[in-house]
Structures are given as structure tokens and as C-alpha cells.
Design a protein around this ligand. Structure first.
Ligand code: SF4
Length: 428
């Protein structure tokens, strides 16, 4: 046991641990019946192809926490039953999305509440926030069962602020099957205490992603529309970390923090806080950012800077004591994995029950409150059967979505209204 402290492994330090991991894969290879989709073959998108893609994505670092390893935020901790379940469903064949060799979905985010006392300017639930909840806990439980039956590696409770629906959050954790998936929350840190962090840990929470966007408290609080947000986020990181929950940070790298150079101080702060992973989520034109997109989107120079820094942080000895970086926009670039929305790797159910391809794309394929979830999921998978080798659809479709909103449509817009545009992206 390492009492919640995380350790980063890269370069030479990673070799013995990775060897151990690779040897452990033989157990899947020799049990074909139990793990029919485990494969070394490149033709099936198996391990050899996965290693090639990992090299391309510069995934050369992993994190150990309480004797378990975290390779990414889209895989369950290893070793675990949930990790084995992922392998059984072809989850390690990361380049085989949309083929019979990868049946499972990596991550699903559930917006379990509409409540939040913050006003973050990048919130993708901006148009849904309200004081009451729409989807009853029993419906979320049914949906989780369907997701786990299909095979989902990581189920994340989000919102709104999930800590504002605390009793139901506990109930969802306590009633879910932890042998099939890992469970995370995404929180601003609001209301997190040592006591409730310990309670969440006992209920089966594996990991907590805290939203923290700046090293400067005043600038962070302004961004999050709440005085004290910075202090609360830092306190929450410490509470989760000290209770033995794997802790990571969700970070929106803005032009301001990049161009001021403060991103280095920010990284230093998170290293000192001993978080496991920092997930970089570039600004996207949706939610509160929909109306001011051109001002907030990063330009090529900003992206090149982030890419270079990402590579250094994950691969060089100089940064071996820094958290692992997960840079979604880099992984999802057309020259890498492509856009993995609509169940190719991820999907989203918002706080009104709408099933959407991605948190950043307000398009609904149906609503879990009055429709059969398995049928909605099927429709979505058929509409986007393979990863898209295009620029992020959230950017490509934002002008159209914005004009629909201005014409009086509420968000998310129905899939039928964007069917042609989405089909055009699929056929590119
Ligand atoms: S739409 Fe696709 S590329 Fe854009 S953020 Fe979502 S998953 Fe990533």
C-alpha cells in the first residue's frame, strides 16, 4: 500500500513494471474461451497495433496508486476484474472501434444532476442547469445495467455538480456492479470533505476528476463564476487523495494561461499536489462557449505549443516526476485515433436524459426518460459506426447548431435535424 500517494513511471523506471504487465497478458492469450477478443494480430487491431498507436500517441507514462496501475482515463485500473472484463470485450484493441474486435465502449459520462452553484464559462451543461432534477435515480440504475451489459470500462458521474445529489450518487455507486466497470466522478470539488470522500471510497468510487483551470485563484474563480472555487478544488483534491481515491484534474487550457506562461506554474502546483493525471480539454464551441467561440478556440500556435509540451511531459526524464497528461484533442486528431464519439469510445447522457455522442456536441439521439435506451444506443452506433477522420465535429457543426438555436430551437438539437451533416462527416 502507498497510502494514496501516486508514483509516475516512465523511461527506464517503467521497464520492469511494463514487462510484468506484458507477461500478465499471457493469461488472456491462453484462455481464449473467456477472452475471445484478446489478440496479438494486427489484422484484428490487437496488441501489436495497440502498441504502435500508443507510441504514436506518446503514451509512455503510467501511474501507480495503491498497488494498481492507471494507463489512461479510459481503462479500468489494473489489475482488476473490470480490467479483465474490458479485455474480454476487446477493449485493448484500441484501434478496432467499429469492428467486431472491439465490442465495448471506453467511457460514458452521466449528467446525474442539473444542480450546480457555479457558473463556469466553459460548462457544456450551461443550458440545462436548474434547481431540480429530471431523471430519477431508478432510471439511472437501469441505464447503468444496460451500459454494463454492453461493456463499458469507465462510468463517470457528472452534472451539474454530482456532489449536490450526494445521497443518490452514493446509491448509484452502492448498487452498481464493480466487477464490470470502474466508476469516476467529475466535480468542481464543491462540498467535498474528508468524511464524504471516505464514504464515496467505501461505496466503490475508484477515481475523482476535479475541475481546476488555473494556478491563479482569482482568475480560476472568475472562470468558474464562483468565489472560493480554487480553494474548494484544492481542498477536494487533498480529501480524495488522502481517502485513497485515485485523483486527477480536468483542465481547460485557455489562451490566457498558455500565452502568459502560467501553465508551467500550474503543472508545478499539480505535481506538488500529487495528482495522478491531468486531462487537457481544449475549449470547444458548446454550452456557455457556443456564443463566443472564435474568441476562445486555440489557434495553431497554441496547439503546437501544447503538443510539444505534452510530448515532453509524458516522455522525457526531465518531467518524469510530473503527472501523466491526457490530451484528448491530440489523440482524436484525424492523423491519430480520429473522433471517437457516439460510442466508438465515448458517449454522454445529459442531465435531462438526452443521449448525445459527446459532451461537446449538443445533438440528441433520444431521451432515456421516455424511450428504450438500448434502441437509442443502437441508432447512435449505426449513425456513426466508425471513428471519424475529421476535425472535431463539435467545431465543424457549431455554426449550424448556433443558427438553429438562434432560430428558436432548444439544445440539444434532435439528430434528425443534423442527419445529413453527420452522414457527410461519416463518409469523409
Ligand atoms: S466531437 Fe469528437 S473530436 Fe470533438 S471533442 Fe467530442 S469526441 Fe472529441
Amino acid at each position: 500500500m502507498n497510502n494514496g500517494k501516486v508514483q509516475y513511471y516512465t523511461c527506464n523506471k517503467a521497464i520492469p513494471e511494463l514487462l510484468k504487465f506484458r507477461i500478465s497478458l499471457l493469461k488472456y492469450f491462453f484462455r481464449k474461451k473467456k477472452y475471445p477478443l484478446f489478440s496479438f494480430s494486427s489484422a484484428h487491431g490487437g496488441i501489436i497495433k495497440t502498441y504502435d498507436m500508443q507510441k504514436k500517441l506518446k503514451i509512455c507514462k503510467f501511474v501507480k496508486h495503491n498497488n494498481h496501475s492507471y494507463f489512461s482515463l479510459t481503462m479500468p485500473h489494473w489489475p482488476s476484474e473490470a480490467f479483465d472484463n474490458m479485455i474480454a470485450n476487446g477493449g485493448l484493441n484500441i484501434t478496432a472501434s467499429g469492428t467486431p474486435y472491439k465490442k465495448h465502449i471506453d467511457t460514458v459520462i452521466l449528467g446525474i444532476t442539473r444542480r450546480c452553484s457555479y457558473k463556469c464559462i466553459h460548462c457544456y451543461e450551461y443550458f440545462n442547469l436548474n434547481d431540480s432534477d429530471t431523471v430519477p435515480v431508478e432510471r439511472w440504475q437501469e441505464v447503468i445495467k444496460v451500459l454494463q451489459k454492453k461493456g463499458v470500462s469507465v462510468i463517470t458521474f457528472s452534472g451539474g455538480e454530482p456532489m449536490m445529489r450526494y445521497d443518490e450518487l452514493l446509491e448509484l455507486l452502492e448498487t452498481a456492479d464493480h466487477s464490470l466497470s470502474d466508476f469516476h466522478i467529475h466535480t468542481s470539488g464543491y462540498g467535498v470533505t474528508p468524511e464524504n470522500a471516505a464514504e464515496l471510497k467505501s461505496a466503490g468510487l475508484n477515481a475523482a476528476g476535479i475541475g481546476l483551470d488555473d494556478v491563479n485563484p482569482g482568475r480560476n474563480d472568475l472562470f468558474r463564476g464562483c468565489k472560493g472555487a480554487y480553494e474548494q478544488a484544492v481542498r477536494a483534491i487533498k480529501c480524495f487523495r488522502d481517502s485513497g481515491i485515485f485523483t486527477y484534474v480536468n483542465f481547460c487550457p485557455t489562451k490566457e494561461i498558455i500565452r502568459s506562461g502560467d501553465i508551467y506554474k500550474y503543472l508545478e502546483m499539480l505535481k506538488d499536489l500529487n495528482v495522478g493525471i491531468i486531462r487537457w480539454l481544449e475549449p470547444r464551441p458548446c454550452g456557455a462557449f457556443l456564443d463566443i467561440d472564435e474568441k476562445v478556440l486555440l489557434n495553431q500556435e497554441d496547439k503546437d505549443f501544447l503538443t510539444e509540451l505534452y510530448i515532453k511531459l509524458n516522455t522525457s526524464e526531465e518531467y518524469e516526476d510530473y503527472p501523466l497528461i491526457s490530451y484528448d484533442a491530440f489523440s482524436e486528431a484525424p492523423c491519430n485515433m480520429g473522433c471517437m464519439m457516439a460510442g466508438n469510445s465515448l458517449l454522454y447522457i445529459d442531465s435531462l436524459g438526452n443521449v448525445e455522442p459527446c459532451v461537446f456536441l449538443p445533438v440528441t439521439f433520444g431521451n432515456i426518460l421516455n424511450e428504450n435506451f438500448a434502441i437509442i444506443l443502437d441508432l447512435m452506433r449505426k449513425a456513426v459506426p466508425m471513428p471519424l477522420k475529421t476535425t472535431c465535429p463539435s467545431i465543424l457543426l457549431s455554426t449550424r447548431i448556433k443558427s438553429m438555436k438562434e432560430a428558436g430551437k432548444s439544445l440539444p438539437v434532435p439528430y434528425d435535424d443534423l442527419k445529413e451533416e453527420i452522414s457527410a462527416l461519416v463518409s469523409q
